[in-house]
Structure formats: structure tokens, C-alpha cells
Design a protein around this ligand. Structure first.
Ligand SMILES: Cc1cc2nc3c(=O)[nH]c(=O)nc-3n(C[C@H](O)[C@H](O)[C@H](O)COP(=O)(O)O)c2cc1C
Ligand SMILES: Nc1ncnc2c1ncn2[C@@H]1O[C@H](COP(=O)(O)OP(=O)(O)O)[C@@H](O)[C@H]1O
Length: 318
């Protein structure tokens, strides 16, 4: 049952769009951008409740990001697009993901409207697992106590999970800040996996091969968080059938030595010649930052520096 003008879709591991066939569910709710270690601990808790009750875990999430609807000028650069978020939620223990199309109408639902429509009518929740700072409904007026109170009259129990991370609690905005500062090692420590950029390899200026360092170029994805300009040690995954994974030295920037204009993620795959990656979908997983981007006054000095970068990247990744 879905009593709203807003659209909601189902996603499960088969990529299909069907609701679980059970009478009741274990639900966890969040924006879940990045699916960081805090989100993963919520999923793990929902998983353990579900394993005891025999119900499926449904992760409820929103697309677009709620802030981009009620305060577009403050819309964050996201760590994950909705497809990747769903994939990570399923990998983290959800049996199905319910993606709610967040709009101004949904933003105006009172906490009780939200709980009734989503948790009771749509999902038949028997258990709801949320973080201790969870808020919901118009103006974020609902909190964990309010949810538990509503649940006691509507057939579901609420469990709140302590925030992970200690003094600096894990959060999507913390990861966005670390990625934006180029602290990709710090970001990975909160995500539980490397920060990443995914895209299709396009043609550049065909200069890399002349320099001895051909680079697979991916445009910086609009709206997504990308590490600040600089040079990084990273893994490159070919997401095609072969599914290979290579060590790489990666430049993020607009090639200031050549007065370039397009900001790109350019990966030189170490110790591999003759690759043809044009048109391939690749994922770049950032491991460590080597240095900032520089405008060199000669090709030779750029090439000398690139050789040193490659040596360091090789060491870091070995
Ligand atoms: C390890 C590495 C370090 C790089 N460092 C810089 C740099 O400091 N300054 C710069 O202008 N370009 C830098 N680049 C980018 C190169 O200028 C770029 O890859 C080259 O011009 C080839 O461009 P193309 O792929 O469009 O042919 C770096 C590239 C790599 C792989
Ligand atoms: N070791 C390698 N690392 C990255 N790309 C490579 C490598 N060897 C061959 N290639 C191929 O070379 C292309 C990059 O060459 P380059 O001269 O930099 O051209 P472009 O300017 O179009 O990126 C890549 O897209 C890929 O298909």
C-alpha cells in the first residue's frame, strides 16, 4: 500500500522491484549517503534483530537528498549516487531497499504521518532500528522517543543505536569534508572502504602517451564529492566483465601545466602497457594523497615528478 503522491521503488539483490512477501519487516531508515561505518553498524544491528525474528531487513532511504529539496543552495556534494548507495546497503545486510522519492509534499508530512504511511501502511514494520540522533517528519520534529511512543500503539518496537566514531562521530558530512581536503586516508577510515570516483573513460588530449604516462581520464562527476586537486595513490577497477584491479598514480585537476580547463580524474596504471580503456567504466579507489597539483615550467620537470609519484604510489600499494 502506498498512500502518497510520492513515488517509491523497491530494490533487492536481484535488482528487482518487489516488496518482501512477509507479513512484517525490520526497518532501518536514513539518508545513508556514503554508507559509512556508522550506517554499517545500524545495518548490522537490523540484521541481527532480523535473524532472530525471521523477518527481512528493509533499508528505507531518500532520493534526492532531502537537503537538496528543502534547501537547494545547501545541497551537499554526495559521496554516493542512489544506485551505488542501494548496492552498498544490500552489501551491508539489507534484504531490500525502499527508495522514497523525496519531495516538498513528503517534507511536509508530520512525524505521525511519516510513521503511519511509511512504517505501518507501506512496510508493516515490527522492528525499527535507527541511530540515537534520528529525527523525522516536518521540521525534523520527530525523535527516537516520539517514534517509540507511536510504535507502541502501532505494532512496532524501536531500537536506537549509539553513534559510532567516538569523539568525532562518523557522519556523511565528516567524510565529505575529509574528501574535499584530499585526506582520502582519513575518509577511508570513516567509510570502512576507500573514497571513490566512478565513470566512463573518455579521450583527453592524447598527450599522456607522449610523456610516457598514458592516463585513463574520467570527467569529475557533477554533484558528487571528489578529492581536492592533487596526486594520489589509488586502485583502479575495470568494472567490465574482466573485473581487473590495478595499482595506479592518479592526478585530479585540470592539468595547469598545459593550461587545461576540464577537471578530470586521470589514472596512470602502473606497470601495464598497451591497455585500451576507452569506453570502459572504471572505479578509482583513493588510498593516499601524495602531493598537490603544480604548474611546471617544463615538460621535463613534470615527467621527473611523475616518475617519483609513480614510485611512491607503487610502494604505498605494494
Ligand atoms: C602521477 C601524475 C601526476 C601528475 N601531476 C601533474 C601536475 O603536477 N601538474 C599538471 O599540470 N599535470 C599533472 N598530471 C597530469 C598530466 O599533465 C596529464 O596526465 C597529461 O597532460 C596527459 O593528459 P591527457 O590524458 O589529456 O593526454 C599528472 C598526471 C599523473 C599521472
Ligand atoms: N598503463 C596505462 N594506464 C592508463 N591508460 C593506459 C595505459 N596503457 C594504455 N592506456 C590507454 O591509453 C589511454 C590514455 O592515453 P593518453 O595518451 O593519456 O590519451 P588521453 O589523452 O585520451 O587520455 C587510456 O585511456 C587507455 O585506453
Amino acid at each position: 500500500m502506498w498512500h502518497s503522491s510520492a513515488v517509491a521503488i523497491w530494490r533487492d539483490v536481484k535488482g528487482a522491484g518487489a516488496a518482501p512477501s512477509t507479513a512484517s519487516t525490520v526497518v532501518t531508515i536514513g539518508t545513508f549517503d556514503g554508507v559509512h561505518l556508522g550506517h554499517q553498524s545500524l545495518l548490522a544491528q537490523a540484521r541481527s534483530v532480523a535473524d532472530a525474528s525471521g523477518e527481512p531487513v528493509v533499508a528505507v532511504t531518500f532520493d534526492p537528498h532531502p537537503v537538496s529539496v528543502f534547501a537547494p543552495d545547501r545541497a551537499p556534494r554526495l559521496l554516493t549516487d542512489v544506485e551505488r548507495r542501494v548496492e552498498l546497503l544490500l552489501a551491508g545486510g539489507a534484504d531490500a531497499v525502499r527508495v522514497l522519492a523525496f519531495d516538498r509534499a513528503m517534507a511536509a508530512w508530520s512525524p505521525d504521518d511519516f510513521a503511519q504511511r511509511v512504517l505501518v501502511d507501506d512496510l508493516q514494520a515490527a522492528h525499527v532500528v535507527v541511530g540515537e540522533n534520528f529525527t523525522y517528519g516536518s521540521k525534523a520534529a520527530g525523535d527516537v522517543a516520539c517514534l517509540a511512543d507511536f510504535g507502541s500503539g502501532h505494532g512496532f518496537a524501536v531500537e536506537s543505536v549509539e553513534l559510532a566514531g567516538g569523539s568525532e562521530e562518523y557522519s556523511s558530512s565528516l567524510v565529505r569534508r575529509l574528501v574535499g581536503e584530499g585526506d582520502v586516508a582519513g575518509a577511508a577510515a570513516v567509510l570502512g572502504r576507500p573514497a571513490e570516483v566512478t565513470g566512463t573513460v573518455v579521450h583527453g588530449d592524447h598527450r599522456g602517451r607522449e610523456l610516457g604516462y598514458p592516463t585513463a581520464n574520467v570527467p569529475v562527476p557533477a554533484g558528487l564529492a571528489t578529492p581536492s586537486d592533487g596526486v594520489y595513490a589509488a586502485w583502479v577497477l575495470d568494472l567490465g566483465a574482466a573485473g581487473e584491479r590495478w595499482p595506479a598514480a592518479v592526478s585530479v585537476g585540470d592539468n595547469p601545466t598545459f593550461e587545461g580547463v576540464d577537471r578530470r580524474v586521470e589514472s596512470f596504471v602502473i606497470d601495464r602497457t598497451g591497455l585500451d580503456l576507452y569506453g570502459h567504466r572504471i572505479r578509482v579507489e583513493f588510498v593516499d594523497r601524495l602531493r598537490g597539483m603544480e604548474a611546471f615550467d617544463s615538460l621535463d620537470s613534470l615527467v621527473v615528478q611523475m616518475a617519483a609519484d609513480v614510485d611512491r604510489a607503487r610502494q604505498i600499494l605494494s
